[in-house]
Design a protein around this ligand. Sequence first.
Ligand SMILES: Nc1ncnc2c1ncn2[C@@H]1O[C@H](COP(=O)(O)OP(=O)(O)O)[C@@H](O)[C@H]1O
Ligand SMILES: [Mg+2]
Length: 373
Amino acid sequence: MEYFIGLMSGTSMDGIDAAVCAFDDSLPEPRFQGVQAHAAGHYPAPLRERLLTLQRTVPQLSLRELAELDRDVARAFADAAGAALAAAGLPPGAIRAVGSHGQTVFHDPAGTCGSIQLGNPSLVAQRLGITTVADFRRADVAAGGQGAPLVPAFHHALFARADRPRVALNLGGIANITLLPGADASDVSGFDTGPANGLMDEWAERQLGRAYDEDGRFAASGRLHPELLEALLGDPYFAAPPPKSTGRGDFHLDWLRHRYPGLDGLAPADVQRTLCELTARTVADAIRRHGPRTQEVLACGGGTRNPLLMERLRALLAPMALGTTAGAGLDPQHVEAAAFAWLAMRTMRGLPGNLPAVTGAERPVILGGIYRA
Ligand SMILES: Nc1ncnc2c1ncn2[C@@H]1O[C@H](COP(=O)(O)OP(=O)(O)O)[C@@H](O)[C@H]1O
Ligand SMILES: [Mg+2]
């Protein structure tokens, strides 16, 4: 058995997920054996605020500030990994490598500039005393891809079934789907469907002063506003064909106001309810359109903890079955971090990590840079 730690923080900025993962000795491709321990790391409040501001507005920051963020994110990532290590009861020497996604601060899906993640990997490696793999997206971009999404390859390795068309659905700050029509990797596709928690969080924070709408209660107290929903669904992103990827820079409060100038005259709870519906509708529409034969949708990410969102998804997806990845043996909150442990394992073994059909790259490539402890 070999152990890797995966570190991930998505666009929700709710914190860092750290997962200690076990892999068997199968060759050439070791198989994922499960999460041994998980820890949820936190960004100190001022750091979180600075990172959120970077996502929501056109970044205005000095190179010194950029370097500081790179350092501070690395410290928070290393702390999260340390906590997971302690929870697993393992010494650093037991871990082959850390796979650190870092925090995305820039993503240019349509162009060739790729994507920038902060969290100085050398600092992560040296604070932990563990070799760290990072900068996973750049090799795919260099090979002509969008550098995203990368997690579908892991979804395929874990969840694909020859006789059962499935979809893996991640409800993070942004929602993304992986279509798994069968066992063959070349049939996998996946893309970001649009906003999920990120937009709901922004509205909840503004109206309630809380980081998110706990259990979807605020949304459940409001009524769906059909006109607002139609205005939002009119954004060309939703009808655009894949490959496509997006970020919170595309879906934020100013976007809401731009799509529906009368926004501030609506009851705040009705807006929350409608944003929840927007996520459910755009996800369900994407699955129906691109995976009409899907039998089962396996959801993961923080959105699975929002009962209203899950209820609306279930209704819109029927007769497809909706469950969470827990039904397939992986806690919904561990999936993304585990994916970066898996990707680090592949890098250390010299195995490619991207799926060209998903990212648009010209070929499979070995992802990431290796930073020695
Ligand atoms: N009890 C809950 N009720 C509603 N939403 C929740 C709940 N718990 C978590 N969430 C949502 O999940 C988000 C975090 O999801 P996560 O999968 O970690 O996203 P990311 O990958 O973008 O970091 C939170 O910001 C929040 O919106
Ligand atoms: Mg998160």
